[in-house]
Design a protein around this ligand. Structure first.
Ligand code: 5GP
Ligand code: MN
Length: 322
């Protein structure tokens, strides 16, 4: 993270009247929480802000303040000269429409915490030590300076809680916990966050688990474990792709497993792969072999092909780096 870009970003945000903020496809708590915290704060400062995401907000995140303002990129007729990208390794992570805005915008600000970030912005604020992009947004808001309202605190706390798996993963530092405590004091709605994230799963997502668990397979002396979810299963129980969130933690949680994987069939002959590791394997590097990326201990990619072939290819690549 270079201080110069940090200061230039603060300046650029202060100078702009119109700002578009975008984040990655299949959105999660950190990308939406970070995007909305920034949007709410900039609106408070009198700016016109448009927040976009190519996919709809998952039900479990529909409590986030201002989430109803998120629009599809296709609906944006006039893109602002300033585009802020949040929690994205590259511009393509926000989907095709946003990628095509590149020639139309004057300046792209890239705020992210993924090791595999490609520094695609004119200004880049990338800190791979940050547990969540929400951590970086917080320091930016302090510098602007913007008031951390209870709504902003709720958004940022959600980013921290989801990207650290409720503060249990290796990326969670003393700084993360201190920040969470600050956000609690600043009015983050913890009961609301708890309810939506952990205590109101649709019944179909638990039924989904009963279909996913029988697919559990181990290889490489029990160091690799994976599960898969087909479209057929999703259709049968009336479950959605968003309900597969967290399933990858089952293979990872097994004693002796170093890499846990989840393979999800997408509707268009593509497979979404989630990688999780415990101690030794940099899964961002394995995901990168397939055009994806992420963090050392959590990464993902989308691969064209049928389920069996993709599983074989990915498991074999994981085996090579064990
Ligand atoms: P998940 O497996 O939960 O979808 O993602 C794990 C981590 O990897 C997240 O930080 C996510 O942003 C990143 N990630 C997931 N899929 C992709 C992908 O296709 N490309 C890149 N660059 N990162 C990904
Ligand atoms: Mn993140």
């Amino acid at each position: 993270m270079t201080m110069t870009d940090f200061d230039k970003i603060v300046e650029a945000l202060a100078a702009a009247d119109d700002i578009t903020i975008a984040s990655h496809v299949i959105p999660d708590g950190d990308c939406l929480g970070s995007m909305l915290a920034l949007a709410i704060s900039l609106e408070e400062l009198g700016k016109k802000v448009v927040v976009v995401n190519a996919d709809s907000v998952p039900d479990m995140l529909k409590f986030l303040p201002s989430q109803e303002k998120i629009t599809l990129p296709e609906k944006v007729t006039n893109v602002s000269p300033l585009l802020v990208m949040v929690d994205c390794t590259d511009l393509e992570r926000a989907g095709e429409t946003v990628s095509q805005w590149k020639p139309k915008v004057k300046q792209i600000i890239n705020i992210d915490h993924h090791v595999s970030n490609s520094y695609f912005g004119h200004l880049n604020l990338v800190d791979s030590k940050a547990a969540a992009t929400a951590e970086i947004i917080y320091s930016l808001l302090l510098k602007i300076p913007a008031t951390i309202t209870p709504e902003v605190a709720t958004c940022l706390y959600t980013g921290l809680a989801t990207d650290t798996g409720s503060f249990q993963y290796e990326n969670c530092t003393a700084k993360t916990l201190r920040l969470a405590a600050n956000l609690m004091e600043q009015g983050a709605d913890i009961p609301l966050i708890r309810e939506y994230l952990w205590e109101r799963k649709p019944l179909s997502s638990i039924k989904l688990l009963t279909h996913a668990l029988p697919t559990l397979t181990l290889s490489h002396d029990g160091k690799v474990a994976w599960m898969s979810v087909t479209q057929e299963v999703l259709d049968k129980i009336g479950s959605l792709l968003q309900h597969t969130e967290g399933l990858v933690n089952y293979p990872r949680s097994i004693e002796g497993v170093e890499v846990g994987l989840l393979f999800r069939e997408l509707p268009d002959n593509q497979i979404k792969v989630s990688f999780r590791s415990k101690k030794n394997v940099d899964v961002d590097k394995v995901a990168a072999q397939f055009g994806g990326g992420g963090h050392k201990r959590a990464a993902g990619c989308t691969i064209k092909g049928d389920l069996e072939t993709v599983i074989k290819k990915v498991v074999s690549s994981v085996g090579e780096v064990l």
